[in-house]
Design a protein around this ligand. Structure first.
Ligand SMILES: Nc1cc(-c2ccc3ccn(Cc4ccccn4)c3c2)[nH]n1
Length: 249
């Protein structure tokens, strides 16, 4: 997979050089290219913003630099290469979900356009929406100062789903929010050595070696945590899935 990010804060994307994404890049599983939007400005001050038509607070990002930047990125694709999906972080976008992460992880090329100020001139979205698959995405119901943090979140969520990126020691099979065995339940508690820490031991069932009881205990703990922290997920869950899981344990 190729990922391009166009931003006025390229240094904000440094974390994509470390850990899971950094290793995937070093292994050649992921080709991440970060571009400074100001490369496509031509005035002395490298201007990327201006006052909003119709008045109002703040500034709006000008369409010209974005147009030149996105044209250059898209044209840099190999001949015959599929066009990229344009992912636009915004507080007014559709929710970023595990389902969307899975869908994006199956695309060959993503271009992220994290903005600042009050956002990008609407005509940029319209211009590229005419020829690309454009997704306006929100990572949650809170307002940030720009789109770079959402890009870090989305790139990590997508990259960990790429084949071979998660090591054998890690698995996304039982992810929260992922379809399958523990679909729609939050993760339950986890424990490791030492067997006692500050007078606190390990639940006996986890030391029992009885895999059926352990699986049932984990499912029950996940259910308990979900009821406490995300009761909305319980309403969404399919009761039949629990009955089926019970029969499998
Ligand atoms: N889930 C999210 C995403 C964002 C986000 C993403 C991109 C931008 C570009 C600018 N801003 C600031 C801003 C504030 C107010 C209204 C519009 N935009 C962003 C905020 N906030 N929360």
């Amino acid at each position: 997979m190729r990922i391009d990010v166009v931003t006025i804060f390229p240094e904000y994307l440094e974390p994509l050089n470390v850990s899971l994404v950094g290793k995937a890049r070093a292994r050649g599983q992921l080709d991440v290219r970060v571009h400074d939007l100001r490369e496509w400005t031509h005035d002395k001050h490298n201007t990327v913003d201006d006052t909003p038509y119709g008045g109002g607070p703040g500034m709006v990002m000008k369409p010209e630099p974005w147009g030149e930047a996105l044209d250059a990125v898209i044209e840099s694709g190999a001949q015959g290469e599929e066009l990229p999906v344009l992912v636009v972080p915004t507080p007014s976008g559709r929710p970023f979900t595990q389902e969307l992460a899975v869908e994006l992880s199956e695309k060959p090329w993503l271009v992220f356009t994290p903005a600042r100020y009050e956002g990008i001139d609407r005509r940029v979205i319209e211009e590229y929406g005419d020829r690309l698959d454009v997704r306006e995405v929100s990572i949650g119901d809170y307002v940030l100062a720009g789109g770079e943090a959402p890009v870090l979140v989305m790139v990590e969520a997508v990259a960990r789903l790429l084949p071979g990126v998660l090591g054998n020691a890690e698995s996304h099979r039982d992810d929260s929010f992922a379809p399958g065995a523990m679909a729609d339940l939050l993760e339950g508690p986890v424990y490791t050595k030492p067997p006692e820490w500050r007078g606190r031991g390990i639940p006996d069932v986890l030391l029992s070696g009885h895999h059926g009881k352990i699986a049932r205990w984990r499912r029950d703990e996940a259910f308990r945590r979900t009821v406490h922290n995300r009761p909305d997920l319980i309403e969404r869950a399919d009761p039949a899935a629990f009955d089926k899981k019970d029969r499998e344990i």
